[in-house]
Design a protein around this ligand. Structure first.
Ligand code: OSB
Ligand code: MG
Length: 369
């Protein structure tokens, strides 16, 4: 494959409702799409899931743009033959910056698979043709929360509900939703690092509600603290923020800090590392699930393909486009009977809708190879 040029697309999509976590509130999804244009006449797409501000992770969108322009794209320009596997190898010359690496690797992989006529799911060795939908619900009022869980669990038959929590909003929403949905409902919580070990007793109160897991109770840097907390809780701990590679996943598991791993391709540097984490966790008997970053249809479709792999036995943050967006930039990803079909077309299996993309695009930039 030969790349002729790359295009950066700055897009902004308003969220249908604000998304509030313990650390940020989003009103719009500002995303960066990367398209790779090849001599073979094929275009590959990637989505950068870094946020506009470095709050959930140290990266931010404009930082990613700079790393792409000054570091990663030049590394790809120097490759005699471009493949996602070679780009990934070349990117090891740059420390960190997983979201920037992931978007370029994804666009290259999409182009390469389109040329080969292979779907991302098939390339990853996926074993399912559809995946169960899960929804992540932000911090909101009691009434809004009951409306939301009624919609997603009862009406749309999503298979799992995740509640964002923080000190002061933890046992209350969990108790409310458990009572409303009953004992069978699959419920988990995500604190985005809002607690400390001093909160152990308060977190242990959540043990009475039959949660699937608690995600990232302590700050990202405190992996060892999670191992201590795990001994104080019956609820299993899942790590998100600090897991950046198969090696960090293996260490978190082997040290007792994590019983479950949330895999986000952006956070770990791409779909190839995500696959390796899936394999490492599978080898340890640790279940994994695909996390979400409020993706547009581009990232969402690719995440669905990833979730179709064997060891993704827990429901991911995989929801319909309409959960976040009135109008997605691709034909909408839909949930039917609580499930999403795995795309079967070449590459990620979806493309932007030209009109919708145009409407959401604030500016673009071409980079010649
Ligand atoms: O911590 O899982 C998280 C969204 C943005 C940043 C961090 C997180 C999230 C979510 C997933 O909870 C939301 C989704 O895409 O469904
Ligand atoms: Mg999380």
């Amino acid at each position: 494959m030969r790349i002729e040029r790359v295009r950066l697309h700055w897009v902004r999509l308003p969220l249908v409702t604000p998304f509030r976590t313990s650390v940020f509130t989003e009103y719009d999804r500002e995303a960066l799409l990367v398209s790779v244009h090849t001599a073979e006449g094929v275009v590959g797409w990637g989505e950068c899931v870094a946020m506009a501000q470095p709050i959930y992770s140290p990266e931010h969108l404009e930082g990613c743009v700079q790393i792409l322009r000054e570091q990663l794209i030049p590394l790809v320009q120097r490759l005699p033959e471009v493949t996602a596997e070679r780009a990934r190898e070349a990117f090891t010359a740059v420390a960190g910056n997983p979201n920037a690496k992931a978007v370029l690797e994804m666009a290259i992989l999409d182009a390469q698979l389109r040329i080969a006529g292979v779907s991302l799911a098939a390339y990853l060795g996926a074993t399912r043709t559809s995946v169960e939908a899960g929804v992540s619900l932000g911090i909101m009022s009691r009434d809004e929360l009951l409306d939301a869980v009624d919609r997603f669990w009862n009406k749309e038959r999503y298979r799992r509900i995740k509640l964002k929590i923080e000190p002061g909003w933890d046992e209350e929403p969990v108790q409310l939703v458990r009572k409303f949905l009953g004992d069978e409902a699959a419920i988990q919580v995500d604190a985005n690092g809002a607690y400390t070990l001093d909160d152990s007793e308060r977190l242990a109160r959540l043990d009475d509600y039959g949660l699937l897991m608690i995600e990232q109770p302590l700050e990202a840097g405190d992996v060892a603290g999670h191992a201590v907390l795990a001994r104080r809780l019956r609820t299993r701990i899942c790590l998100d923020e600090p897991i950046v590679s198969a090696a960090t996943a293996a260490q978190a598991i082997d040290s007792g800090a994590a019983a479950i791993i949330n895999i986000k391709p952006g956070r770990v540097g791409g779909y190839l590392e995500a696959r390796d984490i899936h394999d490492a966790c599978g080898a340890r008997g640790v279940p994994v699930w695909v996390g979400g970053m409020l993706e547009t249809g581009i990232g969402r479709a690719a995440n669905v393909a990833l979730a179709a792999m064997r060891h993704f036995t827990l429901v991911g943050d995989l929801s319909a486009s309409e959960r976040f967006y009135q109008r997605d930039i691709t034909p909408p990803i839909v949930v039917r009977d609580g499930c999403i079909q795995v795309p079967t077309g070449p590459g990620i299996g979806v493309e932007p809708d030209e009109v919708a993309l145009e409407e959401a695009t604030e500016r673009t930039e071409w980079i010649e190879f």
